[in-house]
Design a binder for this molecule. Structure first.
Ligand SMILES: [Zn+2]
Length: 286
């Protein structure tokens, strides 16, 4: 297993069946990236500081998995077979092809274009290069997350997984919902009630709303691969995607924390405390 693709923060032996993962906050640029745009531009797709925002949760005995490689290099929140054929030398993929439709906007497993439509590469990628990225980044991340979820489910009989993201405050040219659409403070995604108990989604919504935040559900983000892959609510496996509006904690143009970072981090800590409490009650109810 290549440990360089991700890092587990917090306890290896969780005190509560809650697993957090941040697949898009990495910015360790691999030497073989070979992009023709700058690293600053490649951080376009990054959910900046999201791992740091949730770090205090580890003090509650909650493990946090964070990807270290950038999302533009390989997006763990895609199926490994979600290959953009326009990026592949020869235009054919000799392995299982599971297109999600995201290739249309250049955001399949390996991004082809930035948000503004600029090409990331000056050439096509070889099949072996793509397989190398899958083996070094995608497979280890998925093994780590599914292993962490399985461990908690085995120990507690139930597991809750929060897939942690952030979003631009306003949709870009290729953004969901159309260019210029302003986002709510938080967007929760449970793929229309299919990846967790709807009561859990409602609990998180109500907790955030009581703090004064605007919250939208499954609009415009329903959740993608990581909440789909390891959830099975009927078997006590619950996954929820949580998108935070970047304007709450950072200057999006400069990619720096703003004065909102520390207050938001405290409020997220209170949210996680409330979720831990909720899970405890659910376990006691059986
Ligand atoms: Zn994300």
């Amino acid at each position: 297993m290549n440990e360089a693709a991700f890092h587990w923060h917090g306890p290896r032996q969780p005190r509560v069946p809650l697993v957090l993962d941040s697949p898009h906050s990495g910015f360790r640029f691999p030497a073989d990236f070979d992009a023709v745009v700058s690293e600053f531009d490649l951080r376009d797709g990054e959910d900046c500081f999201v791992d740091e925002l949730y770090m205090p949760a580890t003090e509650l005995g909650v493990p946090l998995l964070a990807a270290l490689t950038p999302r533009t290099y390989l997006d763990p929140n895609r199926h490994a077979g979600d290959i953009d054929l326009d990026l592949i030398e020869g235009g054919a993929w000799p392995h299982t092809h599971v297109p999600s439709g995201k290739a249309r906007i250049g955001k399949a497993l390996i991004w082809r274009t930035l948000d503004d439509g600029r090409a990331i590469y000056g050439r096509k990628l070889k099949v072996d290069e793509v397989i190398g990225r899958i083996e070094r980044c995608h497979a280890p991340y998925h093994r780590a997350l599914s292993g962490g979820i399985d461990q908690s489910h085995g120990d507690f009989g139930v597991v809750y997984h929060i897939n942690c993201h952030s979003m631009n405050s306003v949709a870009g040219p290729m953004g969901e919902g159309g260019p210029g659409t302003a986002r709510a403070d938080f967007v929760l995604g449970d793929r229309d009630g299919s990846t967790c108990d709807p009561a859990f989604t409602e609990f998180v919504r109500a907790t955030l709303a009581a703090t004064g935040y605007s919250v939208s559900i499954n609009d415009p983000y329903k959740g993608v691969e990581l909440v789909k892959a390891y959830s099975k609510p009927a078997a006590g496996r619950h996954s929820l995607q949580l998108e935070i509006n970047k304007r709450l904690y950072m200057d999006e143009a400069k990619r720096e924390r703003n004065a909102g970072f520390a207050p938001l981090q405290r409020k997220l800590h209170h949210l996680i405390e409330a979720i831990v409490d909720y899970i405890g009650k659910e376990i006691r109810r059986g």
